[in-house]
Design a protein around this ligand. Structure first.
Ligand SMILES: [Zn+2]
Length: 438
């Protein structure tokens, strides 16, 4: 069998079927896809490859799927910390965005975010921000897989001035991205407290827009209380009445949930995106992950932006999700390592409508693959590679990354991005933003 790349690994975690760890196996890549997953001895005897990669102390697994972020906000990393959500947004983030957000800001911020994401094993991200056309263009140029949120908001910004303007921009960007192989789209109404019922209705009635919906929902107790005051109902009920509670909704955060709402999410097939570190840092509340899992709700994992986290480290997020999930459930068996890895891979793919392409290592799927070096002292000895992945390893152990068969990280080095150019750009933005006092 002739293939492009043949990877021999000590351990392979395909994620599907559940509970499988393969030892001394090989993964073959051809035309950007996984063409075979087979025992190493068989691969060495029968495969001819243009490139052979030996990973003798590594774990090979599907690339991580960051199911919620705002990549350009990496340029605002560390600008304001240690505040609750609304003061943080109203006094720091929104003023800085009003002053600085532009297509160039978004392009530069996205490039910085993608460098961090690839370096830490993320091969697909679900984004929500202004100038999504710029995010898509940068991701496509680099070869990063992305779902670009077509943001909708009832407030004027540099991207659009009113509801009709946001809808028109969304339609234009969606149409322009039709033929990008690594980029798909979702509508992204920002949050129940920033989007009117009229805009929600117009967005879902708009036949030229995608059906998938990416939205912050029930992030804080105040959000729910304000909605009760203003609309006489909780935000999730508002979404249901607007026709948004369905199996293409990605409801991000969900820290405030009743038993009835959990059952409703399970019945409708809506997806929850859990962002534990952002929730903890903003003291927003805690998503009842184990209860959602027990109810059968699909839960994906996201970092949120680097301004509220303050990193885009999905391995770190996995560890936090496992620890916080146990703490919230008061049960050491809750939210186990395997469930967390599924959240960060196949569940994210499913939430994004990409489960037939990514999220597990199966022949026919895209070759979105990462390797972690478990040979370091911090991850020795290895009884259970899955345990190390969630509880011991750090992102610095990600050694290699392929996206659609393209090697994006080789022995820890980015192959499509210039780190010193990124540093220069980031420093220029920091100097500009700092000098303006925002
Ligand atoms: Zn967010």
């Amino acid at each position: 069998m002739q293939v492009d790349t043949l990877i021999h690994a000590r351990w392979i975690l395909p994620v599907e079927p559940t509970g499988t760890i393969l030892t001394q196996h090989s993964l073959a890549i051809r035309d950007g896809h996984i063409s075979a997953l087979l025992p190493g001895t068989e691969a060495r005897a029968h495969c001819q490859a243009d490139q052979v990669i030996e990973l003798p102390q590594h774990l090979l697994m599907p690339g991580l799927v960051n199911a919620h972020t705002h990549s350009p906000m990496s340029l605002l990393r560390g600008i304001a910390d240690d505040l609750p959500l609304m003061p943080w947004l109203q006094e720091h983030i929104w003023p800085a965005e009003a002053r600085w957000v532009s297509a160039q800001f978004v392009a530069d911020g996205t490039r910085l975010a993608i460098a961090e994401m690839i370096r830490s094993g993320t091969t697909c991200f679900n984004d929500m921000y202004f100038f999504p056309d710029a995010t898509a263009q940068v991701a496509a140029e680099i070869g990063m897989r992305a779902v670009v949120g077509l943001i909708l908001l009832d407030a004027p910004t540099a991207w659009a001035t009113d509801a009709a303007g946001y809808l028109a921009q969304a339609q234009t960007v969606h149409a322009a991205l039709h033929d990008e192989p690594l980029i798909t789209t979702a509508i992204a109404p920002h949050a129940p407290y920033t989007v009117s019922d009229a805009l929600l209705r117009d967005a879902i009635a708009h036949h030229a827009l995608p059906a998938r919906v990416h939205m912050h929902v029930h992030e804080t107790a105040d959000e729910v209380q304000d909605s009760l005051t203003q609309y006489g109902m909780r935000p999730l009920q508002r979404l249901q009445q607007s026709g948004l509670l369905h199996d293409q909704l990605l409801a991000v955060h969900m820290t405030q949930l009743t038993g009835a709402e959990i059952a409703q999410l399970a019945t409708t097939g809506a997806h929850v995106v859990h962002c534990p570190e952002s929730n903890m840092k903003l003291a927003a509340g805690a998503c009842p992950v184990q209860q959602l899992l027990t109810a059968g709700v699909n839960i994906a994992l996201g970092t949120d932006s680097a301004a509220s986290n303050n990193d885009l480290d999905m391995l770190g997020e996995c560890r936090t999700a496992a620890l916080l999930g146990k703490h919230v459930a008061q049960d050491a068996q809750a939210v186990d390592a395997e469930q967390v890895v599924r959240m960060a891979t196949i569940n994210g793919a499913r939430a994004l409508g990409l489960a037939d392409q990514i999220g597990s290592l199966q022949p026919g799927k895209a070759a979105d693959v990462i390797a972690l070096d478990l040979g370091q002292p911090a991850t020795q000895p290895v009884y259970h590679p899955l345990s190390h992945l969630v509880y011991s390893a750090t992102r610095n152990q990600v050694s290699d990354v392929w996206i659609a068969g393209q090697r994006q990280l080789a022995n820890g080095q980015l192959t499509h991005l210039d780190i010193s150019a990124l540093q220069t750009q980031a420093a220029q933005w920091q100097a500009r933003i700092s000098s303006s006092g925002t």
